[in-house]
Design a protein around this ligand. Structure first.
Ligand code: ADP
Ligand code: MG
Length: 224
């Protein structure tokens, strides 16, 4: 199991009352799975994604990432885990505008002063089919191409899992399907992929869906 969640809770206090954003949830994700986390607005998806991505910590419960309980780690250690083990893809791509596509992809490796940063970034750009767009800046690329650059940036550190938050939310249907096909091919190469989405058509393209409602999780079955 790459992810083991046991009895995890996170609450927010709001105007004197408690909101149970995650209410004693338990589930596991196997290495190599492609899984959707889905549910209506306000159900707890973002809260869960922030915890899975080591961007936030739970109030109680266990989160084991590749066997290590990360629920109680310091923010420095969590930052290290984020950089080494998790690739993030966001709805709004989050590329730096003044850098070329290749420089954006290289960035996660520069923090760790990786000696082969340039070579690995070029190879990631090839993996997403953008070998002829390396020197372009984000504004010179289409939405679909920008999301491909963001995916190249997510895989360049060879992370154990990719965590995508509404990755097709800003794309038209056809481009969204191309991005899902790219996630499928990365998954075929053995990468674990977790996609947070409120779009049922994205969820059914995953092997499995976790449906979340009112901070509670229900296992569902994806389309393929
Ligand atoms: P989703 O991403 O599925 O829309 P969220 O995880 O953002 O759901 O929110 C789950 C619940 O927790 C909602 O009721 C939301 O209003 C509440 N919530 C989320 N973040 C905060 C916060 N920082 N302060 C107070 N309430 C919050
Ligand atoms: Mg959300």
């Amino acid at each position: 199991m790459i992810i083991e969640i046991e009895d995890l809770s996170k609450s927010y206090s709001l105007g004197g009352s408690m909101i149970h954003a995650l209410d004693h949830v338990s589930f596991g994700i196997e290495e190599g799975e492609m899984i959707a986390i889905t549910g209506p607005s306000g159900s707890g998806k973002s809260t869960l994604m922030h915890i899975l991505g080591c961007l936030d910590t739970p109030d109680s419960g266990i989160y084991r990432l590749s066997g290590e309980n990360v629920a109680g780690l310091s923010s420095d250690r969590l930052a290290e885990i984020r950089n080494q083990r998790i690739g993030f893809v966001f709805q709004t791509f989050n590329l730096l505008p003044r850098l070329s596509a290749l420089e954006n992809v290289e960035l996660p490796l520069l923090y760790s002063r990786h000696p082969e940063a340039r070579k690995l970034a070029e190879s990631a750009m090839e993996t997403v089919g953008l070998q002829d767009r390396m020197k372009h800046e984000p504004t010179q690329l289409s939405g679909g191409q920008r999301q491909r650059v963001a995916i190249a940036r997510a895989i360049v550190t060879n992370p154990a899992m990719i965590l995508a938050d509404e990755p097709t939310g800003n794309l038209d249907t056809r481009t969204g399907e191309e991005i899902m096909a790219l996630f499928h091919s990365l998954n075929d190469q053995g990468r674990t992929i977790i996609i947070v989405t409120h779009e049922p058509e994205v969820a059914v393209r995953c092997q499995r869906a976790l449906y979340i409602r009112d901070g509670l999780i229900r296992d569902g079955v994806g389309g393929h």
